[in-house]
Design a protein. Structure first.
Length: 141
């Protein structure tokens, strides 16, 4: 009986923290969209540090564009990479572009193509179109 109570308490805490994280992220995105980058960063950065894939991608965009932070392509690649590894096709695409252009990371066409194809295979339309334009055949491994 005590185990079931403990499980119920832990489940409630997890759901509460998940809801709070979702609210923080929504608040951060709304602030970003309105140009309040300080508030966006305050809400998004902690979630990215905790492993939130969407927050990691958004933080990568902030660093890539210098929105609320000093533009830093190394940091952008870092955060895009974390989100890309978790399966975010937008981050996979942005990472491929950064690697292709040598922004924040050494230029590596083979690695760029791999991330581009990964994004394309995960449904990213621009990645798919770019892969075709580059005459790259993307196939699942």
């Amino acid at each position: 009986m005590a185990n079931r109570i403990l499980i119920a308490i832990l489940t409630t805490l997890c759901l509460s923290s998940t809801q709070a994280a979702a609210q923080d992220f929504a608040r951060g995105l709304a602030a970003y969209d309105s140009g309040d980058y300080e508030t966006a960063l305050a809400n998004i950065h902690p979630l990215a540090e905790l492993g939130g894939m969407a927050a990691q991608y958004q933080l990568g965009l902030m660093y890539a564009g210098g929105h609320g932070v000093e533009q830093d392509h190394v940091q952008a690649v870092h955060w895009f990479g974390k989100a890309a590894e978790q399966g975010n096709p937008d981050a996979q695409y942005e990472l491929a572009i950064a690697i292709n252009n040598g922004l924040g990371i050494e230029k590596d066409l083979e690695l760029s193509y791999r991330w581009l194809c990964t994004a394309a295979l995960n449904g990213h339309e621009a990645a798919d179109e770019l892969a075709w334009d580059m005459n790259v055949l993307c196939v699942a491994e």
